[in-house]
Design a protein around this ligand. Structure first.
Ligand SMILES: Nc1ncnc2c1ncn2[C@@H]1O[C@H](COP(=O)(O)OP(=O)(O)OP(=O)(O)O)[C@@H](O)[C@H]1O
Ligand SMILES: [Mg+2]
Length: 251
């Protein structure tokens, strides 16, 4: 079976020879097409470090990150920039939209970095904004729309290149709980229905409950896994189960 993204034997070591610190230790992780994977763990457990290594932003000390059959840890700077801009979509906690651009221009921004044919992409930006329920806001500027609407623009921006994988670090961390639920429902829909693949970092059990699968980190290692995809039950029950697992990891 081939995976969209695969991390093999990842170590990330900081510090000098006699004072080594493993930020990541022997990480093996595989993401399937259409999978929504959440990474949970306490503050300092290595979640962001892992996401940065998966995205090629940071190089591991050893190990491989295979994205669509290419080991990105071996790619040079120019190749990596191209791989990142064409194959990876990013969603951030604070949206990172440019205020001077309209919603539609923000969505189109990643394409400025990519040399691909731009014909028809304006139509695609409109289509994505429509799909996200904010088509009418295409010419609005980010400061004039709500946080939830801004995150929808950011999701459209992450999807405009048809990336192989979407990486998100606390994507609902600055939204209220009702808006968070809407955004997470959208992310889950994109994975379930449109077969996008996503890795999301969160410390929040409510947020993680929208994923198909959760892996738990402790001191740079993956220590547990919970599969939610085939669970029926109500969300409350799932959240309780996640919370119990985290408590197990932290105890
Ligand atoms: N550049 C660096 N040099 C040294 N240590 C680092 C560096 N970057 C991260 N670390 C350490 O690696 C560990 C993991 O950090 P990381 O930011 O990945 O944690 P996290 O799980 O994302 O935490 P949070 O939930 O607070 O965002 C921490 O102990 C951190 O201090
Ligand atoms: Mg972090």
């Amino acid at each position: 079976m081939s995976f969209v993204l695969e991390a093999k034997s990842i170590n990330k070591i900081y510090g000098t020879h006699d004072n080594q610190f493993y930020a990541l230790k022997n990480i093996h992780l595989q993401v399937q097409k259409g999978e929504f994977l959440a990474i949970m763990g306490a503050s300092g457990s290595g979640k962001s470090t892992l996401l940065n290594v998966l995205s090629g932003l940071d190089k591991p000390t050893s190990g491989e990150v295979i994205l669509d059959n290419i080991d990105i840890t071996k790619a040079g700077d120019a190749a990596l920039t191209k791989i990142r801009s064409e194959n990876i979509g990013f969603i951030f906690q604070f949206f990172n939209l440019l205020s001077i651009l309209t919603a539609e221009e923000n969505v189109l921004l990643p394409l400025l970095l990519s040399k691909r044919n731009k014909n028809g992409l304006k139509g695609k930006a409109k289509e994505l904004l429509n799909l996200l329920g904010i088509g009418h806001l295409h010419s609005a500027h980010p400061p004039n729309i709500s946080g939830g609407q801004q995150q929808r623009v950011a999701i459209a921006r992450a999807l405009i290149t048809d990336p192989k994988i979407i990486l998100a670090d606390e994507p609902t961390g600055s939204l209220d709980s009702k808006t968070s639920k809407e955004i997470l429902g959208i992310l889950r829909y994109f994975c379930d229905t449109l077969h996008h693949s996503m890795v999301m970092v969160t410390h929040d059990a409510n947020v993680a409950s929208y994923a198909h699968r959760i892996v738990f980190m402790e001191d740079g290692q993956l220590v547990d896994e919970l599969k939610l995809k085939d669970k029926q039950g109500d969300r409350k029950q799932v959240i309780t189960e996640i919370t119990n697992r985290i408590e197990g990891v932290l105890s």
